[in-house]
Ligand binder design. Structure first.
Ligand SMILES: [Zn+2]
Length: 197
């Protein structure tokens, strides 16, 4: 038997072993090799856990999400668009989350970046959901806002620039900050919040 024939036989044997393994586990070879679908399909995203949202945010390195006005309008309701993309403010005591006390995280309504968690939420009495800190400082960007004759600090999603609300320096301990949010700019993901991010 020539050397080439022996090599050919070994390769053939390996192919048969791999094919048999795939047949026994009743999975196509493709799915055995593909550990995880990325980006997640819409079906996966409804089942994503808090840990997965956090993991995705860190592993993507947070490239900016950029869409045109028309694209955002297609994705968002008119109310959400007016607040998240046009820096609007919802009426106090009217949003979905000002009195919301469930455990979980709040993600950006536009790009799903994790922004705030229930363990930093407090009742500010203002009628807007309030937090003393974001899940990660670099997930929220700040910029000076001089509209309405006031000097305020606007907060935006660091990934897609969605308008979130404002941050004030009259919050509780440990930060002394009050991140005042629009419920419309947030989506809630229920579940256990990790002690550390
Ligand atoms: Zn965003």
């Amino acid at each position: 038997m020539s050397k080439q024939t022996i090599i050919l036989l070994i390769v053939l044997a390996l192919v048969i072993i791999v094919a048999l393994t795939a047949a026994i586990s009743e999975k196509p070879l493709g799915s055995m090799m593909q550990k995880r679908k990325y980006p997640p399909s819409s079906k996966d995203s409804t089942m994503k856990t808090i840990a997965e949202y956090l993991k995705d945010a860190y592993h993507t390195g947070m490239p900016k999400v950029v869409k045109t006005e028309t694209e955002w309008k297609k994705l968002l309701s008119p109310e959400t668009y007016a607040i998240a993309r046009e820096a609007g403010t919802e009426r106090a005591f009217c949003g979905a989350f000002y009195d919301h006390k469930k455990e979980g995280i709040y993600i950006c309504v536009c790009c799903e970046l994790p922004l705030f968690a229930s363990n930093a939420k407090f009742d500010s009495g203002t009628g807007w959901p309030s937090f003393f800190q974001p899940v990660m400082k670099d997930h929220v960007e700040e910029k000076t806002d001089n509209s309405f004759g006031m000097r305020r600090v606007e907060i935006n999603c660091a990934r897609c620039d969605a308008h979130l609300g404002h941050v004030f320096e009259d919050g509780p301990r440990p930060t002394g900050l009050r991140y005042c949010l629009n419920s419309e700019s947030l989506k809630f993901i229920p579940g256990e919040v990790p002690a550390k991010f």
